[in-house]
Design a protein around this ligand. Sequence first.
Ligand SMILES: Cc1cc2nc3c(=O)[nH]c(=O)nc-3n(C[C@H](O)[C@H](O)[C@H](O)COP(=O)(O)OP(=O)(O)OC[C@H]3O[C@@H](n4cnc5c(N)ncnc54)[C@H](O)[C@@H]3O)c2cc1C
Length: 509
Amino acid sequence: MVYDVIIAGAGPVGLFLACELRLAKVSVLVLEKSEDPHSPLKQLPFGMRGLWGPSIEAFYRRGLLERMAPPPRAEGAPGQPRPGSIGSGAPLRGPAGHFAGIQFDYRNIDSSRWTYRLPGPADTQFGSEMEQLERVLSAHALSLGVEIQRGHGVEGFEHSSDDVTVRAGGQRFHARFLVGCDGARSTVRKQAGFEFVGTEPEFTGYSIQVDIADPSILPLGRHYTPTGMYTQWQPGFIGMADFDGGAFHRTEPMTREHVQAVLRRVSCTDVTLDALHVASTWTDRAHQATTYRKGRVLLAGDSAHIHSPLGGQGLNLGFGDALNLGWKLAATIRGEAPDGLLDSYTTERHPIGARVLDWSRAQVSLMRPSQHSRALEAIVRDLIETRDGATYFAERVWGATLRYDLGEDHPLVGRSCPDFELEDGTRLGTLLRDGTGLLLDFGHEASLQALDGLWGDRVRYVAHDAKDRLGLRALLVRPDGFVAWASDTIPRPEEVTRAASRWFGTRDH
Ligand SMILES: Cc1cc2nc3c(=O)[nH]c(=O)nc-3n(C[C@H](O)[C@H](O)[C@H](O)COP(=O)(O)OP(=O)(O)OC[C@H]3O[C@@H](n4cnc5c(N)ncnc54)[C@H](O)[C@@H]3O)c2cc1C
């Protein structure tokens, strides 16, 4: 059998991409190296992953949001994901996010500046457990007809201008496209020869679960010291950064003695560890593929970009890649894609990735155990307390103002579409569930009605007014929920035709 797409890696990004591709009715095989989807590092508290606005919106629009949200726990319990409204819901107080551990507060955020936001079910933020995310996405992928083969690590592949042959688990699989979602050390990226450039690490980060002989020695919370940084989320669950240039990462066995020595050094205490239960390391190496496509081979998620987990944006970046790539790759396979559609995946996603890498680098600068960094920290603390500062940090951390440069003037073009509620009560999020594009005609314009059906099932024409139309008369929304064209005045059909042809290809009639 020749699959339309083989995805290497059943991590969260590979699974979400598989769902997006199946939604567009192309055949998908996911090959996953590991037999067992479970790991303590995917479970709370280490497996906690903060989700930003665009990811939450994407899950809402695909009907997955409720299953992604964390199970209810006692208020304020350690590791508790904190839901919160970022639109015009009830005012919230307390920590809303952080930059290098410096928190900004809900009460300082001026979300009224985000002109094109509307309150709705996705107007929230929370963290979710990695294992839960993978479980939900895996079940959803299977229900859509994705084939997943575990214990089949991709070992290599050959690709021509027509197809790709993949070697995995002693078998050969054939497909029209291969997407590497196989994480930071991606085999696909290395074998296809993608250039992967960036900055080298300054520290080794540790995530550990330990028994501490005298817990009173090590206070909870995040602490910068003259020799490093550590965070104790709950007793015995610790993250720490040792500024060794990343030297220890993956080079030596992780013993209790070593971890204790590092913890003593970075905490400036004589803490004693009775036992080491879980330990893993990571670094702040920040690299990015210079392109996300080479012919029939593409990259998404950590295989395309790596950076430290500081600020928790890597997974969100990967979900955004999958959302952007899925419909474009499917349209290419179905022969419907206009010229350049698949290459717009790199054009749109690469700058977003580069920005996130820089965001993580900026946090490293502030974390260094130096007097210069403490001075910088003091300034950031002052700024983050202000309304402008908190709003700026919220925009960056939540992805609230994420925008692709689509070369159009209207300020909404390139942004995620607001969650309009139509006069019949339908919300935009529900209209996007099946992954088709939308032509929203709030003003029932006769000129737009004439375009109904011209792009077949690729664009659905919806003529309903919205309860709050934010001054708009009509807009064209891509399957990923981003606005391709918008008009505040009487729309000109030729503009819509031009925009629809750019994203959805030639008309059916
Ligand atoms: C401590 C920590 C905290 C983090 N916190 C956050 C956060 O709060 N928010 C956030 O957005 N991000 C966070 N991240 C980053 C986030 O976890 C990653 O960006 C995300 O897991 C990337 O997903 P992925 O699917 O691209 O890769 P992975 O999750 O690495 O999945 C890759 C999959 O591919 C498989 N694989 C590997 N090689 C092969 C092969 N050759 N063939 C087939 N399969 C293969 C692997 O087994 C794995 O299942 C954090 C990371 C860490 C380490």
